[in-house]
Ligand binder design. Structure first.
Ligand code: FAD
Length: 470
């Protein structure tokens, strides 16, 4: 076993970990970033392709939460974490959630000016941009449908930089904060998984794990003064539970449960990007937007209805995939002895199922209003619809046994605040009852943010590491 020493250990290199490492290294700290996944050169595979799933997704994208309905979910597993595979949509935390969280969880220094300052710091480094020209067809359809119905819609900004020829590059962590950390002297150990924190008297004495780079299987031990666990909302509580922490850690998991609909139009849709427009009329509890729509995504979404789809697949150029996502349900992450992976449970109440059904029907209305001629919902047995008057048929069809529910937004397993009845970490992410163990990722959000979470995670990570360094 080799032993490595660092002043500050950051476990995980995604939205939370990369920010933590960069700002600490720039403040002169001796930082070691440990990342379970490999270094995957940004741009060397097509975004949203099968090759991307094979090289950058945990379990190649096949992970599911147990429950009724079961919910499939996705996480990144590479340097940069889920930011390498996401759509880069960037939206600040809604103010109404900030104020509710601040009082319910008693979070210190969680006022709007403090959070705005941290968000501005992120935005002064990442390029947060809108489209330089007209939206592509799949995105424009959302705005057109919403307009026709008199509903509010907006184009979300993205963490994308544009070159003068219009070429856009997503600002993933492997392109931005991770290089910034390394330039400031941080060390990066990829292909290295931390399995346990050795904790005595409230202090982490060491972190132990396995390094698998270059076909090796080497045990490692890392001794650090301070540890930041940034392994994401599933793997952060899993690691903490394996290290002996219980008492609420892993409970409170929140998803944005999502149902997809493949929509066939009479004009070609674009397939290389994810639509930037969102229907905001029902936010933050219900969002309507667009998904990745490469040929494989279109085929999967059409097949989800489990009814004949050859005709629509032959016309796939005119098909794009959309979704309705809600804030709802409640889950937990559990570590069981002898099982090397987390077990994730998620339950949705009848009210959540109704909201999902209502959202899917609103999505259908938007798509028909935008000119769609045929809708394939992710509901086993459909019905596939050609007529807006039949949308009500989806109401009963969205049942626990027939709905194919998924999510890519996972939060809230180590919630923050001084209210120890609800929160496992303090207002800046330090685990209650410990001296030197902090969490700084999606796990800290007290609830699902109702919008894409990366902006809120990076804002919080900035605020917390700045407070620590001060
Ligand atoms: C397909 C997809 C699309 C998305 N689209 C958007 C979007 O457009 N906009 C948006 O705001 N959000 C989006 N998200 C969500 C967003 O990417 C995540 O919320 C965010 O990246 C979470 O940040 P994090 O730091 O908590 O975790 P991650 O970014 O997931 O990083 C965690 C890292 O920790 C590593 N790790 C885990 N366990 C260990 C261990 N034991 N030892 C060492 N390393 C470990 C993982 O390999 C991973 O790299 C999307 C997510 C997915 C999957």
């Amino acid at each position: 076993m080799s032993t490595i020493r660092a002043e500050l250990l950051v476990i995980g290199s995604g939205a939370g970990g990369a920010v933590t490492a960069a700002l600490a290294a720039e403040a002169g700290r001796d930082v070691l970033i440990v990342e379970e996944g490999p270094w995957a050169t940004p741009g060397d595979v097509e975004p949203f392709s099968m090759a991307e799933m094979m090289s950058r997704y945990r379990n190649h994208g096949l992970t599911a939460a147990l429950g009724n309905p079961g919910i499939s979910y996705a996480e990144g597993r590479c340097v940069g974490g889920s930011t390498e595979i996401n759509s880069g949509l960037y939206r600040r935390l809604p103010e109404e959630l900030r104020s509710v969280w601040a009082s319910a969880y008693r979070i210190d220094e969680f006022d709007a000016p403090t959070l705005d300052k941290a968000a501005e710091e992120v935005e002064s480094f990442l390029d947060i941009t809108h489209l330089p020209g007209d939206p592509p067809p799949a995105s424009a359809a959302i705005a057109r449908g919403a307009d026709a119905l008199g509903w509010r819609s907006t184009e979300f900004a993205r963490a994308f930089s544009y070159e003068s020829d219009g070429h856009a590059t997503k600002q993933t962590m492997a392109r931005t904060y991770v290089p910034r950390a390394i330039a400031a002297g941080a060390r990066l150990l990829a292909d290295t998984r931390i399995d346990r924190l050795v904790v005595r008297d409230g202090r982490c004495r060491a972190a132990t794990g396995i390094r698998t780079a270059d076909g090796t299987n080497e045990k490692i031990r890392i001794e650090a003064d301070d540890v930041f666990v940034c392994a994401g909302a599933v793997h952060t509580p899993f690691l903490l539970q394996r290290s002996g922490f219980r008492g609420g850690i892993g409970s409170g998991l929140r998803f944005h449960p999502t149902i997809k609909v493949a929509a066939r139009f009479t004009i070609p849709m674009d397939h290389g990007d994810v639509p930037m427009h969102r229907v905001m009329e029902f936010g933050p509890h219900l969002t309507i937007g667009g998904s990745a729509s490469r040929r494989a995504h279109v085929a999967l979404a059409l097949a989800d209805a489990a009814l004949p789809y050859d005709d629509a697949l032959a016309d796939w150029d005119n098909v794009a995939v959309y979704y309705a996502a809600i804030k709802g349900g409640n889950g937990r992450v559990v570590s069981l002895p002898g099982i090397g992976s987390p077990i994730v449970f998620y339950s949705m109440g009848d009210a959540d199922m109704s909201r999902l059904a209502r959202g899917t029907i609103h999505l259908g209305s938007t798509l028909f209003a935008a000119g769609a001629t045929e809708l394939y919902p992710s509901i086993v047995g459909g019905p596939i619809l050609k007529d807006p008057d039949r949308l009500v048929d989806w109401w009963d069809a969205i049942s626990r046994s027939r709905a194919n529910v998924m999510t890519v937004h996972l939060t809230s397993t180590v919630r923050m605040g001084e209210n120890t009845d609800l929160a496992c970490a303090d207002s800046f992410g330090r685990l209650h009852g410990t001296e030197n163990i902090r969490v700084n990722d999606a796990s800290l959000l007290p609830d699902a943010p109702g919008v894409n979470p990366q902006a809120a995670i990076m804002m919080l990570a900035t605020r917390n590491i700045r407070a620590f360094l001060n």
